[in-house]
Design a protein around this ligand. Sequence first.
Ligand code: WQD
Length: 338
Amino acid sequence: MILITGGAGFIGNHICVELLNEGYDIAVIDNLSNSRKESLARVEEITGGTITFYENDLLDRSALEEIFSKHTIEAVIHMAGLKSVNDSVSLPLTYYKNNLTATFVLLEVMTEFNVKTIIFSSSATVYGKPAFNPITEDFPVSAINPYGRTKLMIEEVLADLWNADSEWSISILRYFNPIGAHPSGKIGESPNGTPNNLMPYVAKVALGQYEKLTVYGDDYPTVDGTGVRDYIHVTDLALGHVKALDKAMQGSGHEIYNLGTGEGYSVLQLVRAFESASGRSVPYEVTGRREGDVASCYANPSKAEEKLGWKAEKSITDMCEDTWRWRSHNPYGYASGK
Ligand code: WQD
């Protein structure tokens, strides 16, 4: 059985779909602080599979030990964690407790039950302000906010764990910018409150839930002055996890992979792509730059291609069309009417 922590979240849901499609037996632990149980029912609907679900917090050690004693867990995909850059600046202790302490409890319980295969959800944010693009895994790392520091610290804890005990099989996946939704339109991103990220905000403008998009700066040294990012379809990202899991389960090791497409798109290019995919206009207003933003950030994904046999296949049009299908069928995400 594979345990997915945070499996009720946006990316976690899509990983569950692809694991079930691959024939894995899966369990999810999620405290539902930023996700909904309904999403797991939809994953079961899409795949015809079954998910064993535990509504628990990773900080609850006894609950976690009970899961490990009830099931033969072969590996863990660790997605659970808070992920808002803005919130992490105002609530650092909450972020350190939820992201770091929870991971320490998980790793201790895994050790207690001799489960030593983990796929960790990291982020391109660990590259800080990259000196140039495309980015390879050997680039210098640095964190410029508490959220990024939690990701970097966990990566270092995992490296130290591997150095201390080479029986571990550790795969660290650095996500670039995951967007899109399952082509069925049944699951997708459903952020609580006002989205910090570009795509969910653009979708709300297209739906008429917001008046306009604020474009944070158009004076960057990029194709049109707006920020460039490596947007990757969430299904491609999920398939990258399945490949990483398959490989990690074949033997011990410690590897880091960029999961990106290798292509960068600007804010305005994404807005245009979304307008043509949705047939809706997305009015916007350009303001000053957002604190902490970089001009460009996109991956060199060749290591994952070579070592995992994985390559992102979906286009920016797929990402926009799938997002629109999900949002237009579920204008309030999983929360009906809100
Ligand atoms: C993308 C571009 C903005 C919103 C963050 C986290 C990263 C990861 C992904 C968790 C930038 C511009 C955005 C808006 C805008 N999260 N933008 N108006 O900042 O690349 O990465 O999310 O792992 O860790 O740092 O993504 O979607 O916030 O911004 O103009 O309302 O869109 O300036 O150029 P980002 P983003």
